[in-house]
Design a protein around this ligand. Structure first.
Ligand code: PRP
Ligand code: MG
Length: 212
């Protein structure tokens, strides 16, 4: 079965290169100029696949609403978005952790400690699950600033190499979740285009398993 007639939403940014590498190794047609172009929708020369290049946080939205049949995005974004999707495959790239971090040797000293995060749902659920009352403050990025300037005592954020924490004098206090890049599908596409999607998964899985 040839892969055709599907739209795939890719996450722009740090997982893009390794995602494209896997797709190409899997023999899935990928537009040659996808890295260099500023286009946000690209299709393959024979029109088999449309690729949407989206902000990672928007990928679950495109897939839930069915404007993309498939999406490739981090587990952090998926858990935070909590959309109604099928998760089909772990691509084994973009590996990192969601962690609680803060300044070393500090104990929470207020009854309602403030937690800064780009992941307010994950942060809220985590502390609720532990029966701890916290105030979660949403930030869009550079979350490591918050403890340094007294906005929050701790942060919930993604840690990959640990370099950002280290260079800002912060330490991991607790790990919340293992993260990696996932392939997700729209629920109706998964039924209506099952042949093509199964083949897409089979090809990608072949490459992912080789790398394990
Ligand atoms: C991410 C994340 C951490 C850092 C983790 O930030 O929010 O800050 O990378 O990587 P490390 O452990 O290898 O240092 P990003 O650079 O994506 O920017 P942002 O937080 O401003 O969105
Ligand atoms: Mg950051």
């Amino acid at each position: 079965m040839t892969i055709q007639g599907i739209t795939v939403a890719l996450s722009k940014g740090r997982i893009m290169d390794s995602t494209l590498k896997i797709l190409r190794e899997a023999g899935i047609p990928v537009p040659e100029d996808i890295e260099s172009s500023r286009k946000l929708i690209l299709n393959t020369p024979n029109g088999e696949i449309d690729f949407i290049l989206a902000k990672p946080v928007d990928v679950p939205t495109y897939v839930e609403y069915g404007v993309a049949d498939l999406g490739i995005v981090g587990k952090d974004v998926l858990v935070e978005a909590d959309r109604d999707l099928y998760e089909l495959l772990d691509l084994g790239i973009g590996k990192c952790k969601m962690s609680v971090a803060g300044l070393p040797n500090t104990e929470p000293h207020t009854s309602m400690p403030r937690i800064a995060s780009k992941y307010p749902r994950i942060a809220t659920e985590y502390f609720r699950g532990r029966g701890q009352q916290v105030e979660v403050i949403f930030l869009n990025g550079s979350v490591e600033l918050a403890p340094l300037i007294g906005l929050a005592e701790r942060i919930v954020d993604v840690v990959e190499t640990g370099r950002t924490l280290k260079e800002n004098g912060l330490v991991v206090q607790e790990d919340i979740l293992d993260i990696s890049t996932r392939l997700v599908a729209n629920r109706s596409s998964f039924r209506l285009k099952s042949g093509v999607i199964d083949e897409f998964v089979r090809l990608v899985r072949g490459v992912v398993e080789q790398k394990e």
